[in-house]
Write a protein that binds this ligand. Structure first.
Ligand SMILES: Cc1ncc(COP(=O)(O)O)c(C=O)c1O
Length: 375
């Protein structure tokens, strides 16, 4: 059955399809003018010096760390939130460094600067911090960069879910040494498949990332580093360019849908809606609410019966996956763990109509009016 209110939606129009056709007919598929233009336009949108297109958000994170000199020794500690997708932590492990998991703020779900400071102060070899702008909300970069400055940490922002979110005058991805974006199809903008972008103001990081994404090879054909192939190809770049032109309008539509959700759900006592700090623009990659743990899965089933697709982001926090546990052991993150059986992601995309949002809210309200099923 097709859902009445789908969880997400990807925008494709004739212009995008025509531009893809042009690139296909040009037969210039890699290292071409579309990527150069996409990178230039991305720097302008973010207000940074450099943008380096790569094959995924994961590659952008990996190359950000590597280009900034992080990794190579297991005693090197990189601070990452537990409340994130696995791909924030996996590049740290792939570079043979050790992730140290940090708890999140209970209201914004982003890295808790106080817990970060405590853990960095106790660490033997603190090297880098990776705040994640989760669900489209920026972490508190002023407080996090204060800690990073005190302990001389590299700052790599995981902005994979937060294209053009803002907080305290910072644009997501631009407050530290480097920032990483994902263009996976469900993200606020896509390239029509996997893709990513690394942004930085540091010339040395940009230069190293460009080399590392292309087999460690320089313009003169000499391989001066051990890089692999993390390039972003021309067809993807042209889709990215077209999406970039529209993503701010789409973000505005997400913000409107979120405001409508906030209004409609305000009277449902069991539901906690997302908090937005002052001086911040949330771009609602996801609209994540909290509900009582006993109701979460039953409510999902009830919504599914009402034609509403939902998600849980994430079923397992990053620090609890076996591939992480076997390398770093258990981490105790009480706030993160308390969230995990409460969070529920409601449908969110720019083409949600007011009627869609009302339908979802009515279904949530009916579930609780009927007394819930998990009680
Ligand atoms: C927070 C976060 N970090 C990293 C990634 C990895 O991005 P990609 O899937 O493009 O490799 C994603 C996307 O899935 C993400 O949501």
């Amino acid at each position: 059955m097709t859902a009445e209110v789908p969880f997400t939606d990807v925008y494709v129009d004739d212009t995008i399809v025509d531009r893809v056709g042009e690139v296909m007919r040009s037969t210039r598929y890699v290292k071409g003018p579309e990527l150069e233009a996409f990178e230039r336009e991305f720097t302008e949108e973010c207000g940074v010096e450099h943008a380096v297109g790569v094959s995924s958000g994961t590659a952008a994170l990996l190359l950000s760390l590597e280009a900034a000199g992080v990794g190579g020794s297991e005693d090197e500690q990189v601070f990452v939130p537990g409340n994130t997708f696995f791909a924030t932590a996996s590049p740290v492990l792939a570079l043979d460094a050790t992730p140290v998991f940090v708890d999140v703020d209970p209201e914004t779900y982003t890295m808790d600067p106080a817990d970060l400071e405590e853990k960095v102060a106790a660490a033997g070899n603190p090297s880098a911090v990776m705040p994640v702008h989760i669900y489209g909300a920026m972490a508190d970069m002023n407080a996090i960069t204060d800690v990073a400055d005190d302990y001389d940490l590299v700052v790599v922002e995981d902005a994979c879910q937060a294209h053009f979110a803002e907080r305290d005058g910072h644009v997501a991805g631009t407050a530290g040494d480097a920032g990483a974006f994902s263009f996976y199809p469900s993200k606020n903008m896509t390239v029509g498949g996997d893709g990513g972008m690394l942004v930085t103001d540091r010339d040395d990081v940009a230069e190293s990332a460009r080399r590392l994404r292309n087999h460690g090879r320089d313009g003169d054909g000499v391989h001066r580093a051990l890089g692999l192939n993390y390039r972003l190809d021309e067809v993807k770049a042209v889709v990215g360019r077209e999406q970039l032109r529209q993503v701010r309008d789409w973000n505005d539509a997400r913000v409107s849908a979120a405001a409508h959700y906030d209004d409609c759900l305000a009277d449902v006592d069991e539901v906690v809606t997302p908090a937005v700090p002052e001086n911040a623009t949330h771009v609602y990659h996801l609209y994540v609410v909290q509900v009582p743990p006993a109701d979460r899965d039953a409510l999902r089933g009830y919504l599914e019966d009402a034609g509403v697709q939902t998600g849980v982001h994430y079923e397992t926090p990053a620090h609890r996956h076996p591939a992480v546990l076997e390398r770093v052991g258990e981490s105790s993150l009480p706030v993160t763990e308390n969230l995990y059986d409460r969070i529920l992601s409601l449908p969110m995309h720019p083409r949600l109509t007011p009627g869609d949002v009302s339908h979802v809210c009515d279904a949530v309200a009916s579930y609780f009016e009927e007394g819930g099923r998990g009680a």
